[in-house]
Design a protein around this ligand. Structure first.
Ligand code: NAD
Length: 435
């Protein structure tokens, strides 16, 4: 009997990554870690332990494509640390995901959870694929096989995934279902960022953007600015960027520019963010062709004459040259790692108040924590309760980071690292090293 499909007609999916154009994100993390570790006079053993991941999983993910061919994708799951609790972190699908990037993102999750006082460690996952070129069925098969391969890694008490770039509630629902099928019980606390109908939390979808809004307002307070006098540019119009832009405009800010992968959109009188969100929804998530704005490049967006810049797309966008040219007074990092280490001192020298990623975008993991708590209790909160608690945690974290930075005369970024590393190192000290 012939094979139903020609499974030997295989291909490993990998698009060329322009390495020379990319900073090493893990190195970016370590450079900041080093500065904070020195301030803390971190013991050398702890330094070694906390500056590297606890576990790295690389897994081959074979997928039957719709045309009957099999492709093999490369998947990663990195557990940076689980001293404070089960590890937590999103899964990213993108053609240029690298293991180094996932390692950096996992470490940032450790520090982020510590900054907002959430009892989780840090992890991150990724699959090298081009989700835009895949059908929903192919994405489902990829997600299910990736989850099955990591069955022994994931778990509500072990490691809890969530959405990140190009992954969403539907993908989390497939993770939940696949894990539950293998576990022989419905285990909704194994993943967060899932649909509310499956045990997701109200307010999770908006949580990262809401956190960005809260810390931006807190930064404005410190600089004596009021939202109604502030103009804002937002790079990236996905989950974080679009919701952050919408909430800031609701607070009275004028959003003069946003961008996505298709380019930038500018209107000096202010963009209508709700209309743009509807437009993107109707155009497969893209703003391409949006009529009520002038086209600008992404580079132009980053250096526009605005009070607040919100990078909410990807790493390494604010380079040295962008840092020199930027006119923003506040940079609120919605994305993870959007500023290169070399840009940091330039921004500090210019007096730009940078609210770092591990603080600014921690709203997502905070409500993920709420979601996990609700799943485990089997008792679900109102949206108002979620938002009030989120706002309180973000505001408190901002104030504590600000005070730590003042105390050591460092940037908010280094202040946040100092706070986070101290918390994890203290916990490690109490637990001791098992040998
Ligand atoms: P998303 O996939 O929903 O959106 C990403 C957006 O960035 C899209 O609009 C895309 O077109 C745009 N983009 C991609 N490359 C770009 C480029 N070169 N220039 C301009 N725009 C570009 O992703 P997201 O969930 O909004 O995540 C964005 C960033 O925020 C990532 O760094 C992610 O790690 C971080 N983050 C997300 C969450 C969350 O809850 N979703 C939480 C914390 C941090």
């Amino acid at each position: 009997m012939p094979f139903k499909r020609n499974v030997y007609d295989t291909a490993v999916y990998r698009e060329p990554t322009p390495i020379q154009d990319r900073e090493n994100p893990f190195q970016s993390m370590v450079e900041r870690f080093d500065v904070a570790a020195e301030i803390l006079e971190l013991n050398p053993g702890f330094y070694e332990y906390l500056s590297r991941p606890t576990r790295v999983h690389v897994t081959s993910v074979p997928v039957m494509m719709d045309d009957g061919r099999m492709k093999v994708y490369e998947g990663y799951r990195v557990i940076h640390n689980n001293v404070l609790g089960p590890s937590k972190g999103g899964i990213r699908y993108a053609p240029d995901v690298t293991l180094n990037e996932v390692k950096a993102l996992a470490a940032w999750m450790t520090w982020k959870c510590a900054v907002v006082d959430v009892p989780f460690g840090g992890a991150k996952g990724g699959v090298v694929c081009d989700p835009k070129a895949m059908s929903p069925d192919e994405l489902e098969r990829l997600t299910r096989r990736y989850t099955a391969n990591l069955m022994d890694v994931f778990g509500p008490d072990r490691d809890i995934p969530a959405p990140d770039m190009n992954t969403n509630e539907q993908i989390m629902a497939w993770v939940l279902d696949t894990y539950s099928m293998h576990a022989r019980r419905t285990e909704n606390a194994v993943v967060t960022g899932k649909p509310v109908e499956l045990g997701g939390s109200k307010g999770r979808r908006e949580a990262t953007g809401r956190g960005v809004m809260t810390v931006t307002l807190a930064a404005m307070d410190r600089l004596g600015l009021s939202p109604s006098e502030c103009t804002v540019a937002v790079q990236g119009f996905g989950n974080v960027g679009s919701i952050g832009a919408r909430l800031l405009s609701e607070q009275g800010c004028t959003i003069t520019a946003v961008s996505d992968i298709s380019g930038g959109y500018y209107n000096a009188d202010g963009l209508n963010i709700n209309e743009m969100m509807d437009y993107a929804k109707a155009h497969d998530g893209s703003l391409e062709g949006y009529p009520h704005a002038d086209p600008i490049t992404n580079e132009e967006l980053l250096t526009l004459d605005v009070d607040v810049l919100v990078p909410a797309a990807k790493e390494d966008q604010i380079t040295e040259s962008v840092a020199r040219a930027t006119q923003a007074k506040i940079i609120a990092e919605g994305a993870n790692g959007p500023t290169t280490p070399a840009a940091d001192p330039i921004l500090r020298e210019k007096g730009v108040l940078v609210v770092p990623d591990i603080l600014a975008n921690a709203g997502g993991v905070t409500v993920s924590y709420f979601e996990w708590v609700q799943d485990r209790q089997g008792y679900f909160w109102t949206l108002d309760r979620v938002n009030r608690r989120l706002d309180r945690i973000m505001r408190r974290a901002f104030d504590r980071v600000y005070e730590t930075a003042q105390e050591h005369d460092v940037s908010l970024r280094i202040g946040a690292y100092v706070m986070a590393i101290r918390k994890v190192a203290d916990a490690l000290q109490m637990r001791g090293i098992y040998a």
